[in-house]
Design a protein around this ligand. Structure first.
Ligand code: RIB
Ligand code: CA
Length: 308
């Protein structure tokens, strides 16, 4: 199979790190670029962390800086209680040797899609600000991208930040609504499926024994992440939101889907809720409603173990 080109738009973040490692190490994916966005951490930290992850992978992956705040609303606080102050739990900050690109993320996304018509899967795993701005900058990208596979929302599950809203949508609901309104092939990998895929500390410890550099990074980072899940959610492990979204780009058949047009609630108290449109005419999105849990976990760990 020809390598699938992918752009990851990201706010790294511990599960973002897992997603980026997976994409960098899968022989089925060509991670052509990363674009950074505020969310789990500030934009400065997100941009720096994306470059650091490329260096840990020992790969030259271009990183372009995106937006530091949402389109309309006042920014929510960063999620340092989930991902740590510097984004990777208790792992201290580290400065990358590489430099970010000078082109802004939304323009870079458009340039890459225009240069690779029909070939790129766009995979946003943070707030959708850069993607909405890319669509405003060049609406023709909707027809030129192969598809967009989004980590965000929870059409049937409810939220994880509020009763209604999932974090990525809650951080920029207006941008998310613009993205769902566009005429393109959208797959939604939301909490409906991501909350079902939980990994334990012992699984990361085993990874660390097999692939010391990446494994020990994830083992150390997930200690913090799993502590959050234990205290806030009451589970002994962490949810694998972003990595399973990247897995869905190349293993779509491990998920089952329903097709619904989606809109985002923009009014309090349900702001950020992803709901099935009743009155607006929108192209139905492919909404993942179930997942083969064991299969996606096996693909994740096997790819990291054998790819590095
Ligand atoms: O709700 C989970 C999502 O929010 C993940 O993308 C996580 O990294 C955070 O950005
Ligand atoms: Ca993320």
């Amino acid at each position: 199979m020809k390598c699938q080109k992918i752009i990851i738009d990201t706010d790294p973040g511990i599960d973002d790190a897992m997603a980026i490692f997976f994409a960098g190490l899968s022989d089925k994916l060509d991670l052509v670029a990363m674009t950074s966005v505020f969310g789990n951490v500030t934009l400065d930290i997100a941009t720096r962390n994306a470059m650091v992850l490329a260096e840990i992978l020992k790969q030259k992956i271009p990183v372009s800086r995106g937006f530091s705040k949402p389109l309309v609303q006042i920014p929510n606080p960063v999620s340092d209680y989930v991902h740590g102050e510097e984004g990777f739990g208790d792992i201290p900050a580290r400065e990358p040797k590489s430099k970010e690109l000078s082109i802004p993320a939304h323009e870079y996304i458009c340039d890459l899609i225009n240069a690779n018509v029909g070939e790129i899967i766009l995979c946003p795993v943070g707030p959708l600000t850069n993607i909405a701005m890319a669509l405003r900058h060049d609406p023709t990208i909707a027809a030129k991208v192969k598809s967009i596979v989004i980590m965000g929302g929870g059409v049937f599950s409810g939220g994880n930040v509020t009763e209604y809203a999932e974090a990525n949508i809650w951080n920029d609901p207006h941008a998310a609504d613009e993205v769902f309104a566009a005429d393109w092939e959208v797959t939604v990998i939301g909490l409906d499926v991501t909350q079902k895929v939980i990994c334990s500390h012992s699984e990361f410890s085993e990874l660390s024994r097999n692939v010391p550099i990446i494994g020990s990074f994830l083992e150390q980072a997930t200690e913090f992440y799993i502590r959050f899940y234990k205290e806030a959610v009451g589970i002994d492990g962490c949810q694998m939101h972003d990595p399973i979204t990247v897995i869905a780009t190349i293993y779509p058949d491990l998920f089952t889907y329903e097709y619904h047009p989606i809109e985002v609630c923009l009014e309090s108290p349900r702001i950020g809720e992803t709901i099935i449109c009743k009155n607006k005419k929108r192209r139905p999105a492919k909404v993942a409603v179930d997942v083969d849990i064991d299969a996606v976990k096996k693909i994740f760990f096997d790819t990291i173990k054998t790819g590095f």
